[in-house]
Design a protein around this ligand. Structure first.
Ligand code: NAD
Length: 322
């Protein structure tokens, strides 16, 4: 049984969920359906993943077959950068809800603190980073305050039960907290033993913001992008400290990496299309590490970030983690 994290709104969020980034369209509906059968209840989607229609089909099939009810699921989606202008937020949320075939999101996040010029969904969807679809980065003038105010309206209109942010750093969070009428319920960040960000975690804890870790297996998710620093580093799933601790507990290194995060109170959203991995990732919650083991794993920190725009395409315009 997956435990819940109590959000500041009083609502429960499953601590282990399922990530939908890079789940191919052709298998996404079956993957979501299978993940529900395995026991996943939280699904982490986004406009940018381009598979919300198929994810919704998987959900619909599971509901139709009586495996799960809508209210037992926790569906997460994200606002893409090209929809930050205040008047663009609600229309795109309505489209994303229609894609999923549901009438509310349990959690809706600002995907990145980056406002780009609007691209009409009829022109290209998902729009991606580039205005012309290939190389031009064209900013919009929307401030995070403008976008957050529109996000707060989603709660008022019942389209999102909780709202939050992703890929925000401390300085921007402090600013947001000054004007937010509704505090972000969650902060979703890249978090693994090579990128621990302890001070950001302390800020979130102090402010009562739940943290969701993404890319828990570090370089594993980025191997396919030809990132030199992902290829050069020892894979976390093979790292000696992690594998030794796994052997001691009779667990998989992947389970140790997930438990290292959940035992410190974070939520995780591993992605796998293989049922064996789905099960093992979910079962990672069922054992405990010793504090000294948690500390050893935290000491692997290298401040090594994989998920940032300049690692995917050449740009001088998007140093958002600088
Ligand atoms: P991940 O850390 O979950 O790793 C996925 C990779 O690990 C895949 O190659 C998969 O085959 C492999 N894997 C999964 N389970 C395994 C196991 N038990 N043993 C061995 N290998 C295993 O990577 P991710 O997809 O980058 O992150 C998880 C989710 O986080 C995403 O799907 C997405 O929903 C979310 N995410 C959000 C952002 C953001 O900007 N907010 C960015 C990246 C990811």
């Amino acid at each position: 049984m997956v435990p819940n994290i109590k959000l500041s709104t009083g609502q429960d969020m499953p601590q282990v969920g399922f990530g939908l980034w890079k789940v191919d369209n052709a298998i996404c509906a079956d993957t979501v359906y299978n993940a529900i059968k395995v026991g996943y209840r939280l699904f982490d989607g986004a406009c940018d993943y381009g598979n919300e229609v198929e994810a919704g089909q998987g959900v619909a099939r599971a509901i139709k077959e009586g495996i799960v009810k809508r209210e037992e699921l926790f569906i997460v989606s994200k606002l893409w950068n090209t929809f930050h202008d205040g008047d663009r937020v609600e229309p795109i949320v309505r489209k994303q809800l229609a894609d999923w075939g549901v009438d509310y999101f349990d959690l809706y996040l600002i995907h990145f603190p980056v406002a780009l010029e609007y691209v009409d969904p009829s022109v290209r969807y998902p729009p991606g980073w580039h205005y012309d679809g290939s190389s031009e980065i064209r900013p919009s003038k929307a401030s995070i305050q403008e976008t957050w105010t529109a996000m707060e309206s989603l709660v008022g209109s019942g389209l999102a039960k909780n709202i939050g942010v992703s890929n925000f750093q401390a300085q921007l969070l402090y600013d947001l907290l000054r004007y937010a009428k509704i505090k972000p319920a969650t902060l979703q960040i890249e978090h693994h033993p090579y990128l621990v960000q302890p001070e950001l975690l302390r800020l979130a804890k102090t402010e009562g913001i739940a943290v969701t870790a993404y890319s828990s297996f570090g370089p594993a998710s980025f191997a396919e992008f030809n990132m030199a620093h992902a290829a050069a580093i020892t894979p976390l799933l093979e790292e000696a400290t992690v594998t030794a601790i796994a052997a001691k507990h009779g667990k998989e290194p992947s389970q140790v990496l997930l438990r290292w995060a959940t035992q410190r109170g974070l939520a995780v959203i591993p992605k796998s299309v293989r049922e064996k991995y789905m099960q093992s990732n979910l079962a990672s919650i069922e054992f405990d590490l010793e504090q000294s083991e948690i500390d050893q794993i935290s000491n692997l920190d290298k401040g090594l970030r994989f998920n940032q725009p300049a690692n995917y395409f050449p740009t001088e315009a998007l140093w958002i983690f600088g």
